[in-house]
Design a protein around this ligand. Sequence first.
Ligand code: DGL
Length: 272
Amino acid sequence: MKPLNSSPIGIFDSGIGGLTVANAIKKNLPKESLVYFGDTAHLPYGDKSPDSIKYYSIRIADFLIDKNCKAIVIACNTASAIAYEVVKKHVKNKVLVFNVIDPVVEEVCLQNPKKIGVIGTKGTIKADAYAKKIKLSNPEIEVSSLATPLLAPMIEEGFFNNNISKTIINSYLSKPKLNKIDALILACTHYPLIKKEITEYYQKQINILDSADIVALKLKEKLNQLNLLNNSSSKPIHHFFVSDFTKSFEKSTKLFFEGKINLEHFPMWENE
Ligand code: DGL
């Protein structure tokens, strides 16, 4: 079936992180219906092998195509860094595919900082996608990347805005690699949930960029160009699927999407 203007936007991540992007899409594109897949059975993605990330991403993309999505947003930096090209190749021209890295790189190059820090999962930092892409557009910008693997599981467990999260965040941000940066990229979609604590650490002295709004605006621009925005007056419907049902996912979904939510367990990996 060919996607229509009223078809939903598909979004996926390992868990709740992508909800920060889904929330920004809901805010910037209030007429669009969303289908969200949280691969909670495989969380965290940050320490999985590139082959596993590619395999999960392709299977999830197929699931979202089955739901007749008109676009797929890879709302996960790890999967964006490792699997974007294979997903695009796999889906061919059936659906548009967006990653969360390119729009942020574009924004960074516009802002033109002298030295920028990047924090993300081991997978994202190892793939070095931000540094490579920034250097391609502007070799003058110094990029210093640091893996912060405890942060996504910490957030997923609901540890933010407390003493434990503060200690872990401060210990990462005080590493010499992040000395003298004038901007910081939160290269994990979970991190907007600790943006307040990171801003406090830097006492508002540096610019902190995350992908949520930047990606939502890019998506809006592209759908508009292609005449694919939903113009109908009917109320959008959002569906959430998880590969393993977790209480933290349910709680976070309710934080972002008020009221009754359609959250289903979809056992994508059963019998594998
Ligand atoms: N939110 C994801 C990211 O942006 C994944 C975190 C994880 O599962 O390790 O990288």
